[in-house]
Write a protein that binds this ligand. Structure first.
Ligand code: GDP
Length: 363
């Protein structure tokens, strides 16, 4: 699951991306690595996993991860191919969600591509480029579909009608994510990888000394824009995050305490990104390894088992499940079993966020 970091030049994308990957670089027992410098694999902080690791003292503790992609180079005119625009837009097609960094910091030494600081205008520029790219993709598809529709085939007629509806929406300056989509529209949006349909969060990048200050007009502007889009806003200072990311764990805690916050902005960004992707976490625990795993909301127990190994999905018999909250309350797996909190679930069970699972399967 990938989140693309987009935004105009000089808004703090790389600073944030580097902080995210720096923070991830010293995660223990890293399950993946990557050779692409623009992709960072970032562990998702999870106190539940930390608690399990304290109880089990496993050889390995493995967090779940999400990927962030630094997509530089999006400028006004990108959808017309300006400044390698098409190449950058193609990168955005491949991500599952978008984090748009918006400049809310004022710094005379760092120029803004359009001269002054205006979150509203910046968001409009970026979103317009994404919508223009979508418009081009939908129009191209419509040309093809209209030829096919000449046969009178109902499927193509419906498709053409849907594509025209998408075109109207985009021409009105609305993002596709604002629409309720029927089956046909959903299929087309997926096939065309429409950018303005992807889930989005806005990251308001503020001055170091203005983090969480109550009446920051620039951040308010981002919030108003985001609300129209049904999107969340996370306020951060990329610069502070870059500084924090270089500290070791103890120093980090002290630093955050001084700032009077209990989690870093990065952690908030990672969590918001995770939620945006419609993901939940289930956990496995043992003496060898305690691990957090990711599945899409609504996944069944065999699908979750398949994340661990495809054989576990194929040979799935049942899952032993206890919710993390129950487990923590009684303090151990043995106590959970005694109190009847450890449930046996079958193949139709929908895995819940925080389930601690043990899968039984045939090999
Ligand atoms: P990008 O072009 O969007 O990737 O922007 P960069 O991350 O390269 O940042 C552009 C410049 O803005 C760099 O000099 C950063 O140090 C600076 N910058 C980024 N975030 C902040 C911030 O929160 N506050 C201040 N004062 N400067 C920042």
């Amino acid at each position: 699951m990938k989140i693309g970091i987009v935004g105009l030049p000089n808004v703090g994308k790389s600073t944030l991306f580097n902080a995210l990957t720096e923070a991830g670089a010293d995660a223990e027992n890293y399950p993946f690595c990557t050779i692409d410098p623009n992709i960072g694999v970032v562990p998702v902080p999870d106190p539940r996993l930390d608690w399990l690791a304290e109880i089990y003292e496993p050889k390995k503790k493995t967090p779940t991860v999400i990927e962030f992609v630094d997509i530089a180079g999006l400028v006004e005119g990108a959808s017309r191919g300006e400044g390698l625009g098409n190449k950058f837009l193609a990168h955005i097609r491949e991500v599952d969600a978008i984090a748009q960094v918006v400049r809310c910091f004022d710094d005379k030494n760092i120029s803004h591509v359009d001269g002054d600081i205006s979150p509203d205008r910046d968001i409009d520029i970026i979103n317009t480029e994404l919508m223009m790219a979508d418009l081009a993709a939908v129009e191209k598809r419509l040309e093809k579909t209209e030829k096919q529709a000449k046969s009178g085939d109902k499927i193509y007629l419906k498709e053409a009608e849907t594509l025209k509806m998408l075109i109207n929406t985009l021409e009105e300056g609305k993002n596709i994510r604002q629409l309720e989509l029927d089956q046909t529209a959903k299929r087309l949006v997926k096939e065309l990888q429409l950018l303005s349909a992807k889930p989005i969060i806005y990251l308001a990048n503020v001055n170091e000394d203005e983090i969480d200050s109550p009446d920051n007009e620039l951040v308010e502007a981002v919030k108003i824009h985001a609300a129209q889009d049904g999107a969340k806003v996370v306020e951060i200072s990329a610069k502070i995050e870059a500084d924090i990311a270089e500290l070791d764990e103890d120093e980090k805690e002290m630093f955050l305490e001084e700032l009077g916050v209990n989690e870093s902005g990065l952690d908030r960004v990672i969590k918001a990104g995770y939620e945006l992707l419609n993901l939940i976490t289930f956990l496995t625990a043992g003496e060898q390894e305690c691990r957090a795993w990711t599945v899409e909301k609504g996944s069944t127990a065999p699908e979750a088992a398949g994340k661990i190994h495809s054989d576990m999905e194929k040979g799935f018999i049942r899952a032993e499940v206890v919710s993390f909250e129950d487990l923590k309350r009684v303090g151990s797996m043995a106590a959970a079993r005694e109190e009847g909190l450890l449930r046996l679930e079958g193949k139709d069970y929908i895995v819940q966020d925080g389930d601690v699972c043990h899968f039984r399967f045939n090999v």
